[in-house]
Ligand binder design. Structure first.
Ligand SMILES: Nc1nc2c(ncn2[C@@H]2O[C@H](COP(=O)(O)OP(=O)(O)O)[C@@H](O)[C@H]2O)c(=O)[nH]1
Ligand SMILES: [Mg+2]
Length: 244
């Protein structure tokens, strides 16, 4: 559930990295932490067992400096992939604005990928969310390994949603930022079509955002007249979010 602070003109959004155990979710957050400009991120929090397995979740806050009129904050989470942590997955998924599904391209992981996606679908259904209309992006991870499944095979197994797909090597840092960028754009776009929850009952400044001037090449914003925050948000979704 996105949260908007009208006075600060700031929107907070939640992105969850979901997928089977050991598919590379924690490694993806580590890679993002390494690649993002330090002024735009907080500390990476990971809670693991001695064997390096996620037992609760990982958390990484990102902050986009103002895009046009709007500041955006993203909270990135991972879920523990092991089947028995289902309650934790539900908890982490609650309030998510989008999901990056990290699948493992190794053939041996095929069933685990499919099972984890079914688990995601059913957990979202419980929250009243249909994955077909939810901001979803696929990472087909471990692309650096030999004998992996092709992107086409992965898509046939998993991507019934027409979602963007990225072949990634999270350990080498390949493709992870591209997936993040598309994911955050889709989330912002989706959030601009719904009315985010306000964190404070404060009035919104009435002057139109500079970004709403005609002829800027963007489609008309969906926000109703005068709702400048949503207009700004919609325009922000048209821009690339340059985290580096
Ligand atoms: N070769 C390779 N190994 C990876 C990749 N991503 C993650 N790993 C390794 O896979 C293991 C599990 O990764 P982790 O991020 O902890 O998986 P998680 O359970 O999804 O959080 C670790 O040993 C990682 O170093 C990748 O893209 N390529
Ligand atoms: Mg993990």
């Amino acid at each position: 559930m996105s949260r908007i602070n009208p006075l600060a003109r700031e929107l907070s959004l939640k992105l969850v990295y979901y997928g089977p155990g050991l598919s590379g979710k924690t490694t993806s957050l580590r890679s993002i932490h390494k690649q993002v400009n330090p002024t735009r991120r907080g500390n990476l929090l990971t809670i693991q067992t001695d064997e390096d397995r996620t037992i609760l979740f990982d958390f990484l806050p990102l902050h986009v400096e103002r895009i046009r009129e709007m500041s955006l904050r993203f909270a990135l989470y991972t879920v523990p992939g092991q089947v028995f942590y289902t309650a934790t997955r539900k908890l982490v998924l609650n309030g998510a604005d989008g999901v990056v599904f990290a699948a493992d391209r190794q053939l041996a992981c095929r069933d685990a990928n499919i099972q984890s996606l079914a688990d995601l679908e059913s957990n979202l259904q419980e929250l009243g969310i249909d994955l077909h209309t939810f901001p979803l992006v696929f990472q087909y991870n471990k692309s650096d390994l030999a004998n992996t499944m092709s992107q086409e095979q992965m898509g046939q197994d998993l991507n019934r949603f027409g979602a963007p797909e990225f072949c990634t090597d999270a350990r080498g840092g390949q493709g992870v930022m591209a997936a993040l960028k598309i994911s955050t754009k889709r989330i912002v776009k989706a959030a601009s079509k719904t009315r985010p929850r306000r964190t404070a009952p404060l009035s919104v400044p009435s002057s139109p955002p500079k970004s709403s001037r005609p002829g800027n090449g963007h489609a008309a914003a969906p926000a109703s007249g005068g709702d400048n925050l949503l207009t700004s948000l919609y325009n922000a979704s048209q821009e690339s979010q340059d985290w580096a």
